[in-house]
Design a protein around this ligand. Structure first.
Ligand SMILES: [Zn+2]
Length: 63
């Protein structure tokens, strides 16, 4: 997939870990990274899956 920021680089899917404001760690969130400009855009379908993971992490943390 072509980079939406620089229009030249190639976007590669990758995952990252995120810490919520309350300190809950969320693993395996999805984004893309451009091999040229280093942009890391998150596509709408990835955002949907990320939100599921965040909701799951919150649910587990609430126990
Ligand atoms: Zn780029």
């Amino acid at each position: 997939m072509q980079c939406i920021v620089c229009d030249e680089g190639e976007l590669t899917p990758m995952t990252y870990n995120w810490e919520l404001r309350d300190g809950t760690a969320v693993y395996g969130l999805e984004c893309y990274q451009c091999d040229l400009c280093g942009a890391d855009p998150v596509m709408p379908d990835q955002i949907e899956r990320n939100e599921v993971r965040i909701a799951e992490a919150k649910r587990l943390a609430a126990k």
